[in-house]
Design a protein around this ligand. Sequence first.
Ligand SMILES: O=C(O)CCC(=O)C(=O)O
Length: 270
Amino acid sequence: MNSFEPHPWNTGFTWSEHSGPFRRVTEAQAAAFDRDGFFVLEDAVDAETLAALDAEIEPFDREVLDFLHTQPEGRFSIAGVDTVSIAVHLVARSRVLRDFCGSSLFADIGRDLIGPSGRLYWEQAVYKQPHGAEPVLWHQDNGYTYVEPQAYVTCWVAITDATEDNGCVWVLPGAHHQGTLAHRDTPIGFECCHDPEDAVPVPVRAGSVVVFSSLTPHATGRNRTAGVRKAYIVQLAPDGAAALRGDPALGPAHARELQDDPLRQFLLGT
Ligand SMILES: O=C(O)CCC(=O)C(=O)O
């Protein structure tokens, strides 16, 4: 049996169920989101848009890899030339990515799963390098930066096919109901559980989007193939969401930072 400890700042969390009418998400997908904490929007991004994303992200990823090569052992935080490259806040530097995140796809998902005033909270490209050294450990997105409200939405856009071999997402259905869990800090990232029971792989075709909650424990395996596994991650939060600052081991948060940077955290559909 999986057993979890709550994050010290998570007291009295309750999951809010979603009800229609929905714009993009089906009733069944919304029910899966409430029950399991995830679902897949199959083939949500067309081939032309995917090719544009791929081409646009390429120089940013190259920049990250060049930076990683200057670091001791090619590593910086959880990223490394031999494992994963992560390029953040690209909408501030790319009209193509700004338009993609401002598109009706995310406006609709936001409307369906967050409500009328959703905002882009974060976006990043995560590229798993060929024959990668490490997995991304089991974590909740709200375990890295504690945001309130705790439940926001992650859209994991597959730019290449994602398979069990190259490091697709795995999720732990149902655990999102407990709110944010305690995470331990390891040399290769935060971890909320290890090798949990009932984990589910979510392989997807390029162009499909794995939609999951910021509270859904997830992980990705090592890339055991010769190709790069490419994903662009787009996270949507309610307007007014704030990141809490402090060390949960030392006590309550000492600051709340509103997530409304106009350069990269714009209202959805704008
Ligand atoms: O795409 C991946 O390999 C992992 C990404 C992830 O879990 C995250 O960005 O929180």
